[in-house]
Design a protein. Structure first.
Length: 429
């Protein structure tokens, strides 16, 4: 299996970082294909905890070449700080490769993200305010700056000047905010350019060559299926395509080169930011998910919203991404519950839905229909094989497989690398 897309099957924060890190030992390349420093992965190795926002989780493995693909947006200051932080922990970033076509997050993108959210008031999207949306907006409207622009000073200055004509007007006249000069931005960014020059490459041909050579390539998605700009709960989404289709577009390979697609889903669900969430809990069970699962954002520290596992969403994720495998994470958190609920359908205005309703108003007001299963109430963090799990936990996993229509080939029972059960997932050996 030379190529795998690994992505979030819910609203992000499914624990993809740990799984990518674990699988990375088998891979030659780990490539991010979308998003920016709105993502946050925590990888725990022994007594070291790495919080990664931009650099692919595979960086920690010496066998891996980490790649930031053309579909990503980069805040260069954050990227350089992250490289320095990771290197200070003794992990070399020398192998890191960044696409020359990746777009830049500019200072005005950050300002506009925050200003737009403030203006939306109580209708806000709840973005990470990292400038992600405005950077992708400029990419699509062909006003963006790419990594390669940094290496032609005159082009860079021309493009910044052109962008500032509009941005300064919006900043000052719409939002009453300070403006920027081209010289100010050039001074800052051209220093970053010197620092980042050794990492820049045309990554598309490189990844194609790697696949031709039968190298193993893992395409790492950030955020999750329901945050996809096309297939998520628009407008409460991110501005890129975390779904599997985003992987070829965001790295420059053809879709036929993907062999397997692994969807990572928590044994319950969380989301940060606004938007519909049918199984969201506002009771003691919800608080328990937050407390036991330590559900606070890696990037913003925000308390997440939490609810029971939603099999309707899982089925949707299987379809939209063409999932071949599911990985269920944080199964150990369910040990705290005497009985466990799974949402198997929704009801809305007298109609029952077993798939995600086509109209978002119905999804917004959908009432979950639950199936209840007995819990296991014992610690499972030491289990290393499916057979070691209590029978109730095995039955729960079997039921999720039945509802999703794909096998659960990996199960995480704790935050450490070794607290993972391989249940048929194809590895290199
Ligand atoms: P943005 O990506 O900062 O524009 O935020 C858009 C939406 O995506 C908001 O609801 C964010 O909370 C959510 N979001 C962005 N990145 C992540 C992530 O890595 N995990 C979970 N939610 C995210």
């Amino acid at each position: 299996m030379p190529s795998l897309v690994l992505l979030g099957a819910q609203w992000g924060d499914e624990g993809k970082g740990k799984i990518t890190d674990l699988l990375s030992r088998d891979y030659d390349y780990v490539a991010r294909y979308q998003g920016g420093n709105n993502a946050g992965h925590t990888v725990i190795v022994g007594d070291k905890k790495f919080q990664l926002h931009l650099i692919p989780s595979g960086v920690i493995h010496e066998n891996v070449t980490p790649v930031i693909g053309n579909g990503c947006v980069l805040d260069l200051k954050v990227l350089i700080e992250e490289i320095d932080r990771v290197e200070a922990e003794g992990v070399s970033c020398e192998r890191l490769i960044i696409s020359s076509n990746a777009h830049l997050i500019m200072p005005y993108h950050r300002d506009l993200d925050a200003a737009h959210e403030r203006r939306l008031g109580e209708n806000l999207i709840g973005t990470t305010r990292r400038g992600i949306g405005p950077a992708y907006q400029d990419k699509i409207s062909r006003m963006g700056l790419r990594m390669q622009d940094l290496f032609d000073r005159s082009i860079f200055k021309q493009k910044v000047s052109a962008a500032l004509i509009e941005k300064n007007d919006i900043l000052s006249k719409v939002y009453d905010l300070p403006t920027y000069t081209m010289e100010q931005i050039a001074e800052e960014y051209l220093v970053y350019a010197e620092r980042l020059k050794p990492y820049i490459k045309d990554t598309g041909p490189m990844l194609n060559d790697a696949l031709d050579a039968q190298d193993w390539v893992l395409f790492e998605g950030a955020q999750g299926t329901l945050l996809d700009i096309d297939h998520g709960t628009y407008p409460f989404v991110t501005s890129s395509s975390p779904t599997a289709g985003g992987a070829p577009v965001g790295t420059g390979i053809g879709p036929t080169r993907i062999d397997r697609v692994l969807g990572v889903a928590k044994a319950y669900i969380t989301r940060v930011g606004s938007g519909p969430f049918p199984t969201e809990l506002f009771d003691a069970d919800g608080d328990k998910f937050i407390d036991v699962g330590h559900e606070y954002g890696t990037t913003t520290g925000r308390r997440r919203r939490a609810g029971w596992y939603d099999a309707v969403i899982a089925k949707y994720a299987v379809q939209v991404n063409g999932l071949t495998d599911l990985c269920i994470t944080k199964l150990d958190v369910l040990s705290a519950f005497p009985t466990i609920k799974i949402c198997v359908a929704y009801e809305h205005l007298g109609q029952t839905y077993t798939t995600v309703p086509g109209h978002q108003s119905a999804f917004h007001s959908a009432i979950p229909v639950y199936e209840e299963m007995p819990g296991w109430n014992v610690d499972i963090t030491h289990c290393r094989s499916f057979e070691e799990l209590p029978v109730e936990a095995q039955n729960y996993i079997h039921r999720l497989e039945e509802l999703a229509g794909v096998p659960v080939t990996m199960i995480a029972v704790g935050p450490e690398r070794e607290q993972t059960i391989f249940n048929g997932f194809v590895t290199r050996d």
